[in-house]
Design a protein around this ligand. Structure first.
Ligand code: ADQ
Length: 411
C-alpha cells in the first residue's frame, strides 16, 4: 500500500485580542514565549518531530514578524519537496481578508489541490505542548472518520473558552460539539471537568474540501472551524475524538506527559511561564528526544557580575537566556530573554522580561510581563502598587502588570 500523503496547515491568523498589549504589534503566534521561543515554534516543532515536513502556515493579522521568524527559522531544504511556508491572505477569491479560520482554508484550497494529500492536519498555533501528531493520524486512518478532533479534559469553569465535545459511551464518535458554551454538563465520571477541543484536527482531504466549500456558501456562517465546520461534521456523524491522554511523546516524564496550555489570556500566558521555571518543571524544555526548535541569534552566554559597590548579581529559580547581564541585582522566579540587562540593587521577581529590556538601578519589578526593549528607569516600582499600575499599564484579572512594546515607563 502506498504511504499516506499528509499536508499540515497551521492556522496562525488569529488576532489574539485577549493578549493585548502583547499583540498590539504582532500576530498571537509570533508572541515571544519562554525566553527564546515564539508561540508558533511549539506546533511547528511537534509537526517536524513527527516527520510531517510539508507545512503551510496561514497568516493574516499583523503577520510581518511571524513571516520573518518562520522564513528565517524554519527554512528547510526543498530537495525532498519539504517546506514550511508562511502563506498570507491573498484575496484569491475576491477583495476580502479571511473571514474566519474556515474561510482561511477555503481561500487557500489551491494549496491542498496542488499537493493532493490523502490527509490534511489542521493545527492551531497558540498552544504550549508536546504532541506526536502521528499517533492521532494513525487513529484517524484506523477509524475511517472524516475528521478527528484532539480532546483534553479541562475545568468546567473554562468551558466558555473551548469547543466542548460529547462522546458516545464506549466509542470515540463525537455526538455533540458546542463552541464555547456557558454552562455545559460535566463529564459523567468527573462533573467538574469537560472534554475540550484542543483546536487540532485531522481531516480526510475530500471531507475538508467539501465542508469548507459548503460553509463558504452559507451566508449565516461565521466560517469558523470550531463554530461551524466541526459541528457540521458531527451532525453528519463523521467526527471522532482523539484523547490527548493517549499521546506518548518520547522523552516525556510522568510530570510533563499530557501537558497542554492554551495561552490565550495574559494570566494563562504568565502561568505557562511559571510552569517552566518550577524546580521540577511541569513542562520540560530539556527533552532532547522531542526538541522545541527556534531561532538562535549569535548572543554570548548569560553573565552574572558584581555590580555597583561589589554587590553580587544573582538569578535563582529562573531561566536566563543568552545575552543577559545581571549586574549586582537579584532575579527570582523569572524568565529573561536575550539582551536583557538588570542593573545594581534592582529586584526582579515573578516576571517575564522579553528581549532587550533594561532594568535600572534600585528598580523593583514584580509579577509582570515586560515586552521587548522597554526601559524600566532607575528606582521605578512595577507590580508594587497595582492601583497606580492600572492607571498607566494593563493589569490582568490575576494582577499581572503588562507593559507593552514601546511603552514609556516613568520613574
Ligand atoms: P479559539 O482559539 O478561540 O478556539 P480562533 O480564534 O478561531 O479560535 O483560533 C484558532 C486558531 O486559528 C488560532 O491558531 C488562530 O491563530 C487561527 N485563526 C483564527 N482566525 C484565523 C484567520 N482568519 N486566518 C487564519 N488563522 C486564523 C479554538 C477552537 C475551540 C478550541 C480552542 C482551543 O475554535 O473549539 O477549544 O481553539 O484553544
Amino acid at each position: 500500500m502506498a504511504a499516506t500523503k499528509v499536508l499540515a496547515i497551521v492556522l496562525a491568523g488569529g488576532e489574539g485580542k485577549r493578549l493585548m498589549p502583547l499583540t498590539a504589534d504582532r500576530a498571537k503566534p509570533a508572541v515571544p514565549f519562554g525566553g527564546i521561543y515564539r508561540m508558533v515554534d511549539f506546533v511547528l516543532s511537534n509537526l517536524v518531530n513527527g516527520h510531517y515536513l510539508k507545512i503551510v502556515v496561514l497568516t493574516q493579522y499583523k503577520s510581518h514578524s511571524l513571516d520573518r521568524h518562520i522564513t528565517k527559522t524554519w527554512r528547510m531544504s526543498t530537495l525532498l519537496g519539504n517546506y514550511v511556508a508562511p502563506v498570507p491572505a491573498q484575496q484569491r477569491l475576491g477583495p476580502h481578508w479571511f473571514a474566519g479560520s474556515a474561510d482561511a482554508i477555503y481561500q487557500s484550497l489551491n494549496l491542498i489541490t496542488d499537493d493532493c494529500p490523502d490527509i490534511v492536519i489542521v493545527f492551531g498555533a497558540d498552544h504550549i505542548y508536546r504532541m506526536d501528531p502521528g499517533q492521532m493520524v494513525r487513529q484517524h486512518v484506523a477509524t475511517g472518520a472524516g475528521v478527528t478532533v484532539a480532546g483534553i479534559r479541562q475545568p468546567r469553569s473554562m468551558s466558555d473558552q473551548f469547543g466542548v465535545i460529547e462522546v458516545a459511551e464506549g466509542s470515540n464518535r463525537i455526538t455533540a460539539f458546542r463552541e464555547k458554551p456557558a454552562d455545559p454538563p460535566g463529564l459523567p465520571d468527573s462533573p467538574d471537568e469537560i472534554f475540550a477541543s484542543m483546536g487540532n484536527y485531522v481531516f480526510s482531504t475530500d471531507v475538508l474540501i467539501d465542508a469548507v466549500t459548503k460553509d463558504a456558501a452559507d451566508p449565516d456562517s461565521k466560517h469558523d472551524m470550531g463554530g461551524n465546520i466541526i459541528p457540521m461534521l458531527v451532525e453528519r456523524g463523521e467526527a471522532a475524538v482523539y484523547d490527548f491522554r493517549d499521546n506518548d511523546v518520547p522523552g516525556t516524564t510522568d510530570r510533563d506527559r499530557g501537558y497542554w496550555r492554551d495561552v490565550g489570556t495574559l494570566d494563562s500566558f504568565y502561568d505557562a511561564h511559571m510552569d517552566l521555571i518550577s524546580v521540577h518543571p511541569v513542562f520540560n524544555l530539556y527533552n532532547h528526544e522531542w526538541p522545541i526548535y527556534t531561532d538562535h541569534p549569535p548572543w554570548p552566554p548569560a553573565k552574572f557580575v558584581h555590580g555597583y559597590q561589589g554587590r553580587v548579581g544573582r538569578a535563582v529559580n529562573s531561566m536566563v537566556a543568552p545575552g543577559v547581564v545581571v549586574s549586582g541585582s537579584l532575579v527570582e522566579n523569572s524568565v529573561l530573554s536575550p539582551g536583557v540587562t538588570v542593573h545594581s540593587y534592582a529586584h526582579v521577581d515573578g516576571t517575564v522580561l522579553m528581549g532587550g529590556v533594561q532594568v535600572g538601578r534600585h528598580a523593583v519589578v514584580r509579577n509582570a510581563i515586560v515586552d521587548k526593549n522597554v526601559v524600566i528607569p532607575e528606582g521605578a516600582q512595577i507590580g508594587v502598587d497595582l492601583d497606580r499600575d492600572r492607571e498607566r499599564f494593563t493589569v490582568s484579572d490575576g494582577g499581572i502588570v503588562v507593559i507593552g512594546k514601546g511603552q514609556k515607563v516613568d520613574p
